[in-house]
Write a protein that binds this ligand. Structure first.
Ligand code: C2O
Ligand code: CU
Ligand code: CU
Length: 500
């Protein structure tokens, strides 16, 4: 099965020249931003997600084949409350195995929705999730080994907001009024306007980069906000692309939360980088009523040392394909229009925020991880794999992911220092089951107050994280650590561990 999949992937890769001819499409940007429907997930039953096959008109009049959780593309926004137990029923109505992984949520391995918990067509998975996570913006997605990239690309992902009823934070929080989740994804479309996902050699190496930006499933939409402070919960839901977000007028905004919850204080900035699967909540002041656009100045993935295989070089310029700009011009993400509506939120940002307080103390052991592309002789390893093994060509510490092998046994409740290195390019490294603190990133020490609690860190040079696992994971449902470039993950840049 895996073998066959790899063969088709390689055939596509060998036909690479055609893949670089990507056509601009007939997308019409500027539709209103879809605000995801909310599913308030409480302790009662009846909280059902159904993975379905569907179609969606990303481009007016053209239907693309999609997947979704209970909707045509993506899923409802799940709203959990800390301290409750959330009962979910997830039913598989497609013709392939799926999972529902609660990315970033602190739950034990058997509730985590990792690859071992895949369930087949017609089956229902019914986890009861003890919500023991600080207020945060998370997301959920399918996590079937070898299929994650494809299934997420087609739509098996959704947003999660965790509310903490015990903490009153004076931030904008009127959903759909001054508090908006934004799942940012890049997708490609063919000349007819149908969404496509063709993986060539370059896409495998750099991770897939689409030619259009979607926010909540709409192409470069428009969001109407009231004047005053507006909270944007940014989720990089792309398979691989990294964004450097900023506003067209260069305005200052404040980050108030990162992956795992609130920061200790709002951090003022004019630009924000998010690698795949990273999240940030920002508060933007629209008091001046100027219409601005949220853009990303990052055209490529930052891969391959940012140099020789930058996207713009190989593919004729992303800028050119995204909204008609010149090469190197920023990608448009979302445009804003200011309405006359009253803003019910606070007029000013608080000076301090109730960030989660966890004292990790000193680490009792250290582990080293090297993320291997084997890209120096990628062709060689691909051909090797054609002849020999099972289509796993990337790895961690020289081992490709194997569902049957436990890579680490991590003791419960002990603080560890993980040192992560990348052998040549940038990889967003993600760990299941906990949030961590970044001590050093790419050789530089970092200010924890600006970074907060994380579950993804982008690694390009020596990076150190401090972490402790308070949730358990048995060998039959272990936790994962992996690159969140989904194309890398699917070909083996992943490992798994128990917490006992
Ligand atoms: Cu977003 Cu292993 O997950
Ligand atoms: Cu995860
Ligand atoms: Cu990677």
């Amino acid at each position: 099965m895996k073998r066959r999949q790899f063969l088709s992937l390689t055939t596509a890769a060998l036909a690479a020249p055609t893949l670089f001819v990507r056509r601009a499409n007939a997308a019409e940007p500027g539709a209103p931003l879809p605000v995801p429907e909310v599913m308030d997930v409480g302790p009662g039953s009846g909280n059902r997600l159904e993975a379905i096959r569907s179609t969606r008109e990303f481009v007016t009049g053209v239907r693309s084949d999609t997947l979704g959780y209970s909707q045509d593309y993506l899923g409802p926004l799940l709203r959990f409350r800390r301290g409750q137990t959330a009962k979910m029923d997830v039913t598989n109505r497609i013709d392939a195995p799926i999972t529902a992984h609660w990315h970033g949520m602190h739950v034990p391995g058997h509730l985590d929705g990792g690859p071992q918990l895949a369930f087949g067509p017609g089956e229902t998975w019914s986890p009861e999730l003890p919500i023991d996570h600080p207020a945060a913006t998370l997301f959920y997605h399918s996590h079937v080994h070898g299929r994650t990239a494809d299934q997420v690309y087609r739509g098996l992902a959704g947003l999660i907001i965790i509310d903490d009823p015990d903490i009153d934070v004076p931030l904008p929080r009127d959903y759909g009024v001054n508090d908006f989740p934004l799942i940012v994804q890049d997708r490609s479309f063919d000349g007819a306007g149908r969404m496509t996902y063709d993986i060539g050699m370059m896409d495998l190496m750099q991770g897939f980069h689409g030619t259009e930006i979607l926010v909540n499933g709409a192409i470069r939409p428009k969001l109407t906000v009231p004047a005053g402070l507006v909270r944007l919960r940014l989720v990089n839901g792309s398979n691989a692309r990294m964004y450097d977000f900023s506003f067209t007028d260069g305005r200052t905004f404040h980050q108030v939360a990162s992956d795992g919850g609130l920061l200790t204080a709002p951090v003022s900035m004019t630009g924000l980088r998010l690698a795949a699967a990273e999240r940030a909540e920002i508060v933007v002041d629209f008091t001046d009523r100027a219409s601005v656009r949220l853009v990303s100045t990052q055209g490529g993935s930052g891969m391959m040392g940012g140099g020789m295989m930058g996207n713009s070089g190989m593919m004729g310029g992303n800028g050119g394909m995204m909204g008609g700009g010149a090469e190197g011009s920023p990608l448009e993400i979302l445009s804003f229009e200011i309405a006359d509506a009253r803003n019910p939120g606070p007029a000013r940002l608080p000076e301090a925020l109730p960030a989660p307080v966890v004292d990790l103390g000193e680490p009792v052991r250290r582990r080293d991880f090297t993320l291997n592309m084997h890209a120096g002789n990628m062709m060689g390893s691909m051909l090797n794999n054609l002849i020999g093994r099972d289509g796993q060509i990337m790895g961690i510490n020289d081992e490709s992911y194997d569902m049957g092998r436990i890579d680490l046994q991590v003791p419960h409740g002990e603080t560890e220092l993980w040192r992560i290195n990348a052998d040549m390019s940038m990889h967003p490294f993600h760990v299941h089951g906990t949030s961590f603190q970044v001590v050093m990133q790419n050789g530089r020490s970092v200010d924890p107050a600006r970074i907060g609690w994380k579950d993804v860190v982008h690694v390009q040079g020596p990076t150190e994280i401090l972490l402790r696992f308070d949730k358990r994971a048995r060998a039959d449902a272990p936790f994962m650590y992996h690159c969140h470039i989904l194309e890398h993950e699917d070909v083996g840049m992943m490992g798994q561990f128990t917490v006992l």
